[in-house]
Design a binder for this molecule. Structure first.
Ligand SMILES: C[S@@+](CC[C@H](N)C(=O)[O-])C[C@H]1O[C@@H](n2cnc3c(N)ncnc32)[C@H](O)[C@@H]1O
Length: 279
């Protein structure tokens, strides 16, 4: 997940931030991105999550129409999109700004026989121009941080119908106190990260009612994400054995994984199921 914020830092600043500060300035952004995408395109999911958690969150959405309209923001290659398509006969608009993820989703949807119910969009979540009140549900697993969690909640509210739902997972602290090493890591990587309970007032002030909250289970970080990522990193390390810049990308992803291996009791993903409140 942190890899995404760093990639955006390259785009925004034209140079690398965070754990890559030791890389010389003016790295060739396209080349870095290309290496970076080789990792993520190989993974079943582009962030922590699992089928059970998607189902658990979906089953909290009481009173949906028979064929709900769902928007899946930052869908990646569609790990959760295909689960949603199994759970409901409704229509899903799946949006991501990386076209190869969307192509992979299309292929998987065709294979699963639900392609006609998934409208795939390559687009930027910062400039979605769907008409107000278009959706019964907005779904976002692990991608709200791209806009900033608070901004995302505020911006997406208007896209929901009255009493529409927002199901969103976000990186949070599980404990108020944590070892200095992991605190320093996230102070660099995700300074906006909040304690899971400190999100509650943000939810209310953004015009939602909280329906449910649960933490993603530990294994949802590994099965479809970190375990295949570590395998891919090992093979890419061999492929790019003489490329220092590539190796530094692999190092920084490995550091993120090692951090989780060591400190997962202190932080993780919180799944928030919210309902649009009357304004
Ligand atoms: C951490 S991944 C989560 C992907 C997917 N929801 C999952 O859980 O597997 C974040 C996703 O947001 C997408 N993304 C990043 N910036 C975006 C933007 N500005 N607009 C749309 N999607 C974006 C990335 O391409 C990536 O697929």
């Amino acid at each position: 997940m942190l890899e995404w914020s760093n990639r955006h830092a390259w785009r925004a600043c034209g140079q690398v931030t965070g754990p890559w500060v030791r890389i010389p300035p003016s790295p060739p952004v396209e080349e870095m991105e290309q290496i970076y995408y080789q990792i993520f395109e190989a993974l079943p999911r582009q962030g922590p999550g699992d089928e059970r958690s998607t189902k658990r969150a979906f089953h909290k959405l009481a009173g949906l129409p028979e064929h709900p309209e769902i928007l899946d923001v930052g869908c990646g290659s569609g790990g959760q999109t295909l689960v949603l398509a199994k759970l409901t006969p409704g229509k899903i608009t799946a949006l991501d700004n990386h076209a190869p993820f969307i192509e992979k989703l299309k292929r998987n949807a065709r294979r699963a026989g639900c392609a006609e119910r998934i409208q795939c969009v390559v687009g930027d979540m910062n400039s979605m121009n769907f008409p107000k009140g278009s959706f019964d549900v907005i779904w976002c697993e692990g991608a709200a941080f791209v806009m900033g969690f608070n901004n995302a909640l505020k911006a997406w509210r208007q896209l929901l119908r009255p009493k529409g739902y927002l199901a969103v997972s976000e990186l949070v602290w599980f404990k108020k106190r944590a070892p200095q090493e992991v605190k320093d890591f996230f102070a660099r990587e995700y300074p906006d990260m909040k304690h899971y309970k400190d999100i509650y007032p943000v939810i209310e002030s953004s015009g939602y009612k909280m329906i449910d909250y649960f933490p993603l289970p530990g294994k949802s970080w590994w099965t479809h994400y970190y375990t295949p990522a570590e395998k891919k990193l090992a093979s890419l390390r061999r492929k790019y054995r003489n490329d220092k810049k590539a190796q530094s990308i692999f190092d920084s992803f490995q550091l993120e994984i090692d951090m989780h291996r060591k400190y997962s009791e202190y932080y993780g993903y919180g799944f928030y199921i919210l309902q649009k409140a009357k304004s």
